[in-house]
Design a protein around this ligand. Structure first.
Ligand code: FES
Length: 138
Protein backbone atom coordinates (compact mmCIF):
# COMPACT_ATOMS: atom_id res chain seq x y z
CA UNK A 1 0.00 0.00 0.00
CA UNK A 2 1.81 3.13 -1.15
CA UNK A 3 1.58 6.33 0.88
CA UNK A 4 0.68 9.47 -1.04
CA UNK A 5 3.43 11.99 -1.71
CA UNK A 6 1.70 14.35 0.74
CA UNK A 7 2.02 11.81 3.58
CA UNK A 8 5.65 11.08 2.69
CA UNK A 9 6.57 14.79 2.56
CA UNK A 10 4.97 15.54 5.93
CA UNK A 11 6.45 12.43 7.52
CA UNK A 12 9.99 13.25 6.30
CA UNK A 13 9.64 16.86 7.31
CA UNK A 14 8.52 16.06 10.86
CA UNK A 15 11.37 13.57 11.28
CA UNK A 16 13.90 16.20 10.19
CA UNK A 17 12.43 19.17 12.07
CA UNK A 18 10.15 17.96 14.90
CA UNK A 19 9.98 21.35 16.69
CA UNK A 20 8.91 23.14 13.53
CA UNK A 21 5.99 20.72 13.32
CA UNK A 22 4.94 21.24 16.94
CA UNK A 23 6.12 17.89 18.27
CA UNK A 24 6.34 18.13 22.05
CA UNK A 25 4.19 19.07 24.98
CA UNK A 26 2.99 22.03 26.97
CA UNK A 27 3.04 22.12 30.74
CA UNK A 28 -0.07 20.03 31.52
CA UNK A 29 -0.87 22.08 34.65
CA UNK A 30 -1.09 25.31 32.66
CA UNK A 31 -4.73 26.42 33.10
CA UNK A 32 -4.85 27.44 29.43
CA UNK A 33 -3.79 24.03 28.11
CA UNK A 34 -6.23 21.29 27.11
CA UNK A 35 -5.17 17.73 26.31
CA UNK A 36 -6.76 15.03 24.20
CA UNK A 37 -5.32 11.53 24.11
CA UNK A 38 -6.67 8.77 21.92
CA UNK A 39 -5.69 5.21 21.08
CA UNK A 40 -6.71 3.41 17.91
CA UNK A 41 -8.17 0.00 18.76
CA UNK A 42 -7.41 -1.23 15.23
CA UNK A 43 -3.64 -0.90 15.55
CA UNK A 44 -2.73 0.22 19.09
CA UNK A 45 -1.29 3.56 17.96
CA UNK A 46 -1.64 6.56 20.27
CA UNK A 47 -1.98 10.28 19.64
CA UNK A 48 -1.77 13.07 22.21
CA UNK A 49 -2.83 16.54 21.17
CA UNK A 50 -2.51 19.66 23.32
CA UNK A 51 -4.16 23.00 22.65
CA UNK A 52 -2.98 26.25 24.21
CA UNK A 53 -5.87 28.64 24.40
CA UNK A 54 -6.19 32.37 24.59
CA UNK A 55 -9.82 32.75 25.59
CA UNK A 56 -11.77 30.95 22.90
CA UNK A 57 -8.93 30.94 20.36
CA UNK A 58 -6.37 28.18 19.84
CA UNK A 59 -3.11 30.08 19.87
CA UNK A 60 -0.74 27.09 19.74
CA UNK A 61 -0.77 23.31 19.32
CA UNK A 62 1.60 20.47 20.22
CA UNK A 63 1.39 16.74 19.66
CA UNK A 64 3.08 13.43 20.27
CA UNK A 65 2.06 10.53 18.09
CA UNK A 66 3.21 6.95 18.37
CA UNK A 67 2.00 5.46 15.17
CA UNK A 68 2.21 5.00 11.44
CA UNK A 69 3.20 7.53 8.79
CA UNK A 70 -0.45 8.43 8.14
CA UNK A 71 -1.06 9.14 11.82
CA UNK A 72 2.01 11.37 12.02
CA UNK A 73 1.10 13.18 8.80
CA UNK A 74 -2.48 13.60 10.14
CA UNK A 75 -1.02 15.13 13.32
CA UNK A 76 1.04 17.69 11.41
CA UNK A 77 -2.01 18.55 9.35
CA UNK A 78 -4.24 19.18 12.36
CA UNK A 79 -1.59 21.50 13.77
CA UNK A 80 -1.95 23.59 10.60
CA UNK A 81 -5.74 23.33 10.70
CA UNK A 82 -6.14 24.24 14.38
CA UNK A 83 -3.80 27.19 14.93
CA UNK A 84 -5.69 30.46 15.12
CA UNK A 85 -9.11 28.77 15.04
CA UNK A 86 -11.84 29.20 17.63
CA UNK A 87 -13.13 26.18 19.54
CA UNK A 88 -16.32 26.33 17.48
CA UNK A 89 -14.33 26.25 14.23
CA UNK A 90 -12.14 23.40 15.51
CA UNK A 91 -15.26 21.34 16.16
CA UNK A 92 -16.03 21.45 12.44
CA UNK A 93 -12.79 19.64 11.46
CA UNK A 94 -13.67 16.12 10.33
CA UNK A 95 -11.58 13.02 9.76
CA UNK A 96 -12.76 13.10 6.13
CA UNK A 97 -11.12 16.53 5.66
CA UNK A 98 -7.82 15.14 6.93
CA UNK A 99 -8.08 11.91 4.90
CA UNK A 100 -8.92 13.85 1.75
CA UNK A 101 -6.11 16.38 2.19
CA UNK A 102 -3.57 13.57 2.66
CA UNK A 103 -5.12 11.24 0.05
CA UNK A 104 -5.27 8.39 2.57
CA UNK A 105 -6.26 5.00 1.15
CA UNK A 106 -9.29 3.22 2.72
CA UNK A 107 -7.09 0.96 4.86
CA UNK A 108 -5.59 4.06 6.52
CA UNK A 109 -8.79 5.98 7.23
CA UNK A 110 -8.68 5.06 10.91
CA UNK A 111 -5.48 7.13 11.19
CA UNK A 112 -7.43 10.29 10.36
CA UNK A 113 -10.24 9.17 12.70
CA UNK A 114 -7.63 9.06 15.47
CA UNK A 115 -6.77 12.69 14.67
CA UNK A 116 -10.41 13.82 14.77
CA UNK A 117 -10.99 12.02 18.06
CA UNK A 118 -7.91 13.65 19.58
CA UNK A 119 -9.26 17.07 18.62
CA UNK A 120 -12.65 16.25 20.17
CA UNK A 121 -11.06 14.93 23.36
CA UNK A 122 -8.90 18.06 23.73
CA UNK A 123 -11.97 20.27 23.23
CA UNK A 124 -13.90 18.18 25.77
CA UNK A 125 -11.03 18.62 28.25
CA UNK A 126 -11.12 22.38 27.65
CA UNK A 127 -14.89 22.58 28.12
CA UNK A 128 -14.62 20.55 31.34
CA UNK A 129 -11.91 22.91 32.61
CA UNK A 130 -14.09 25.92 31.82
CA UNK A 131 -17.11 24.35 33.53
CA UNK A 132 -15.05 23.61 36.67
CA UNK A 133 -13.73 27.16 36.66
CA UNK A 134 -17.22 28.59 36.42
CA UNK A 135 -18.48 26.23 39.10
CA UNK A 136 -15.68 27.28 41.47
CA UNK A 137 -16.55 30.94 40.95
CA UNK A 138 -20.14 30.41 42.11
FE1 FES B 1 -2.41 2.98 13.44
FE2 FES B 1 -2.26 4.49 11.33
S1 FES B 1 -1.95 2.36 11.42
S2 FES B 1 -2.91 5.07 13.30
Amino acid sequence: MPYSQKVLDRFDSVLNEPEKHAVGRFEPNDPNVATGMTGAPACGDVMRLQLKLDGNTIEDVKFKTYGCGSAIASSTLFVDMLKGKTIQEAKQIKDKDIAKALELPPIKLHCSVLAEESIHKAIEDWENKLARRQHNQL
